[in-house]
Design a protein around this ligand. Structure first.
Ligand SMILES: Cc1cc2nc3c(=O)[nH]c(=O)nc-3n(C[C@H](O)[C@H](O)[C@H](O)COP(=O)(O)OP(=O)(O)OC[C@H]3O[C@@H](n4cnc5c(N)ncnc54)[C@H](O)[C@@H]3O)c2cc1C
Length: 463
């Protein structure tokens, strides 16, 4: 028997995924008289902001060209059109990388437009969901303040976990003034003086934002940015080229080593022809989820261990304008990017931090003293420590179980959360980063928007 259509839907999280899922559901109420009432619950109270788009610094750019950032898979030009309508002649074009704060305004506009179609179909609440328990015929969502929401279906759109704690950090160091845990907070760098030594932990996309923010507040030098491999996101080409699919049949189901050899050969071939490598990486994108799902568990683990850092810096690239600024700051000697491990990090001096670190491949550790530390280590694994209390709670309840590689929670088709006994739920769904174990590439808008549209269509029927 097919499950009944849910009437009460609770969407937890109002970043990109939760905001757009809510918009789709409310549009279905207006356009097809879908009988759903939606409650949208977000810990921060924002709409469409989430980790990615809440920055108010115009230097923080999207890392995807505007033409690929429509919130709606069926209307690929929607964001570009919105930019043109809103900004006229000053609008970034389809191949430009718009400021992320503009993208937040776009999502908010699209959300508001959907709400206007069916006033009363959605209720907004501010607060953190801390637990979900089964109730008679449905699910009950507990908020931190004790409020409960009864639901027939719950969509977990909770994004990434908080930044991982830094191994080797002496207790209470992160509570000391000068430790910046949120590089996107509006006044995060206001306290930094031009010649304060700064340590940035991590050298990925968040590091790029942090360095640009430091530059914006007039910081001169020195900055040490440290990660295990010292890999920095690569830059997008100035002019986009179309993706280039691999020659021959898609290598789905191949072993990790055969797949890597195949891709390397294609990259070498491009190099020999004097062609760019980016179209080859982009050509993998439409089949990334199939490659991931076709790989054995052992091969997935190997890909994660050996290839993930390299994949991340080539696949998640930065806008040329951001790359130019980063290059200039490095060329001026203000920023050193290093590969190595933190041996210890503690208070050390009355108004600073002492880092002891071991450069990659070296025997002897080095010391560095800084007044500011910025944690750009990226999200913790969702089910470790206190990283994602709600996901941990539903695993404890048996409503979910970790995916075998610990990337998030295990899900089935359509993001259906799989419970402790292995059964996919028809009430509890996960979209975006928590679904990474199944789909791998579920972090960017072009991936999540499809999941969102499919789940909204499923929830509102027809069955
Ligand atoms: C800095 C940064 C830049 C990025 N830039 C791009 C880009 O340019 N292009 C692109 O395509 N992708 C980008 N991404 C990827 C980004 O993750 C996705 O685009 C998308 O924003 C993810 O949306 P989400 O809704 O899944 O998660 P998020 O946007 O992180 O939203 C999660 C929301 O859930 C809420 N929440 C979490 N837990 C709870 C709880 N227990 N109770 C209630 N509310 C809760 C949070 O408050 C938050 O609002 C970027 C990511 C980051 C971190």
């Amino acid at each position: 028997m097919k499950p009944a259509l849910p009437r009460r839907v609770v969407v937890v999280g109002a970043g990109f995924a939760g905001t757009m899922l809510s918009a789709h559901l409310v549009r279905a109420v207006a356009e097809r008289a879908a009988g759903v009432s939606v409650t949208l619950l977000d810990a921060s109270g924002g709409i469409g902001l989430g980790e990615a788009y809440r920055t108010v610094n115009p230097s923080h750019l999207l890392n995807v060209r505007a033409r690929a950032m429509s919130a709606f898979p069926e209307a690929p030009d929607d964001f570009v059109q919105w930019l043109a309508d809103r900004l006229g002649a000053d609008a970034p074009g389809p191949d430009d990388f718009a400021p992320r704060m503009l993208y937040a305004r776009y999502l908010r506009d699209r959300f508001d437009a959907a709400m206007a179609l069916a006033p009363g179909a959605l209720t907004r609440r501010t607060g953190a969901a801390v637990d979900i328990v089964p109730s008679a015929g449905g699910l009950r969502v507990w908020q931190a303040d004790g409020h409960v929401l009864d639901a027939d279906a719950v969509a977990l759109c909770v994004g990434n976990a908080a930044a991982a704690p830094v191994t080797g950090t002496v207790a209470a160091t992160a509570d000391q003034p000068g430790w910046i845990v949120d590089p996107w907070a509006p006044d995060a760098f206001a306290q930094v003086a031009p010649t304060d030594p700064v340590l940035v932990l991590g050298t990925g996309l968040s590091m790029v934002d942090a360095i640009l923010s430091l530059d914006d507040v007039g910081h001169r030098d020195p900055i040490l940015a440290l990660s295990r491999r010292g890999l920095v996101p690569t830059r997008h080409a100035d002019r986009p080229e179309p993706p280039l699919p691999l020659a021959g049949p898609a290598p789905i189901g191949w072993s990790a080593s055969r797949l890597v050899r195949h891709v390397r050969a294609a990259l070498r071939d491009a190099q020999a022809r004097g062609a760019d490598w980016r179209p080859i990486v982009d050509g993998l994108r439409p089949i990334t989820q199939d490659l991931w799902q076709g790989a054995s568990l052992g091969d997935r683990a190997r890909l994660l261990r050996h290839l993930r850092p390299i994949w991340d810096v080539h696949r998640h690239r930065i806008a040329p304008a951001a790359a130019d600024r980063l290059d200039a700051i490095r060329a001026q000697g203000r920023l050193r990017i290093a590969a190595g491990r933190v041996v210890s990090l503690g208070p050390g001096t009355p108004d600073g931090f002492t880092l002891v670190w071991r450069p990659r491949g070296a025997d002897r550790p080095q010391a560095w003293t800084s007044r500011i530390v910025v944690n750009c280590t990226g999200p913790a694994s969702a089910l470790e420590g206190g990283a994602h209390p709600l996901l941990q709670a539903i695993v404890r309840q048996g409503l979910a179980r970790p995916d075998p590689l610990g990337l998030g929670i295990e899900t089935g088709d359509g993001g259906a959360v799989i419970d402790a006994s292995g059964r996919p739920s028809d009430r509890l769904f996960a979209l975006g980063p928590p679904d990474r174990g199944r789909a791998w590439e579920t972090t960017a808008v072009p991936d999540i928007r499809r999941q969102v549209a499919e789940l909204a269509a499923w929830i509102t029927g027809p069955r």
